[in-house]
Design a protein around this ligand. Structure first.
Ligand code: KG4
Ligand code: ZN
Length: 335
């Protein structure tokens, strides 16, 4: 089955084609992402109406480009998958409208996909994919969750953030030290040059049982450290390093706890923060120490993309899942 995937939940227009007749990375015939970052940068965050309008402008050209890259014509598609939520309502409606219209015109089925299920299954698109049961760490700009994946489609929430998501903490911390939006990746790049140990921040909620997270206090600690510092470039890098180490440590401690609790040794990591180099190294080392492994999508499939939607949608369509021909989205939606 060749499935077109469309992602428009926030500020990235993502399109891809996944072919279930092939496995792992081979199944991904083409994918393209257009990022609206430059459009929103001057506002310091995503402006929903501008996001919707830009998806309208970019989506169809991106569908054409992706099909051309895959060497397919639109008539070769066997199904269409789109992000149905959670996300910005206007942005979601653009993707849902285009996906439903295409599917109707081509007389193929369409399916709405949960954005976080897309992230969660993305590591399975790589070669040598892990098989359930495993524990998934979902770390994006909007979510920080630990999920026990008993089977595809059977998920049990083990813990989540009580306030800021990990990516949100990266972005807000970057902003308060004067880095432009979205600062997460830039903060991580700065941390590479920082001196470890010069600034030490707490590892929130690790000294008590449980699998929930809280990152908002950490941001305040960084704000105080930055305010009272010489605010030099070197200090900014050192604080970035201290902050990154605290987040990575906290996530690693909770992931290990979650593996213990779920009684398994495979950890799957997905979402934008999963692109973080130090987090990847740390979790790989932790899983290997236990005789297990940590699986990540390639960095480009950690952040928002159409490939994860094509893949998750293809699994649902292959399982026979069909939904009524309605353009319907769910901006707030628990997985
Ligand atoms: O999954 P994603 O693309 O979008 C959401 O669904 O939220 O995640 C974006 C988040 C942003 O907060 C961004 O700052 C963060 O992922 N991020 C990173 C890195 N790359 C992206 N955070 C830390 N280190 C990175 N290398
Ligand atoms: Zn996402």
């Amino acid at each position: 089955m060749k499935v077109l995937g469309i992602e428009t939940s926030c500020d990235e227009t993502g399109v891809a084609v996944y072919d279930t007749g092939r496995s792992g990375a081979d199944g991904l015939l083409a994918h393209a992402v257009y990022s609206q970052i430059a459009l929103h940068a001057e506002y310091g965050g995503v402006v929903p109406e501008l996001a919707s309008r830009d998806h309208v402008r970019k989506l169809l050209p991106l569908v054409r480009q992706t099909l051309a890259e895959a060497g397919l014509s639109v008539g070769d598609l066997d199904g269409v998958a789109y992000t149905a939520g959670p996300g910005l309502v206007g942005a979601l409606l653009v993707g849902a409208g285009v996906a439903r219209s295409l599917a109707w015109a081509l007389d193929v089925p369409a399916v709405g996909v949960h954005h976080m299920e897309g992230h969660l299954l993305a590591p399975l698109m790589e070669d040598d994919p892990p098989e359930p049961p495993f524990v998934a760490l979902l770390v994006s700009g909007g979510h920080t969750q630990l999920v026990a994946v008993e089977a595809i489609g059977r998920y049990r929430l083990l813990g989540e953030t009580l306030d800021d998501a990990a990516g949100e903490a990266f972005d807000k911390t970057a902003k308060l030290m004067g880095l432009p939006y979205p600062g997460g990746p830039q903060l991580a790049a700065l941390a590479e040059a920082g001196t470890p140990g010069r600034f030490r921040f707490p590892r929130p909620m690790t000294n008590r049982p449980g699998l929930d997270f809280s990152f908002s206090g950490l941001k305040t600690q960084v704000m105080l450290a930055w305010r009272d510092s010489d605010q030099s470039d070197a200090t900014r890098a050192d604080i970035a390093r201290g902050f990154e180490d605290a987040v990575v440590d906290t996530l690693a401690i909770k992931c290990e706890r979650a593996l213990d609790e779920a009684g398994c040794d495979t950890l799957v990591v997905a979402g934008g923060v999963g692109a973080n180099r130090r987090l990847r190294a740390r979790l790989q080392e932790m899983a290997a120490r236990r005789g297990g492994r940590a699986c990540f999508p390639r960095p480009a499939l950690c952040t928002d993309n159409g490939a994860m939607i094509a893949f998750a949608g293809a699994l649902r369509l292959e399982a026979g899942q069909r939904a009524p021909d309605a353009v319907h989205v769910t901006p707030r939606w628990d997985m």
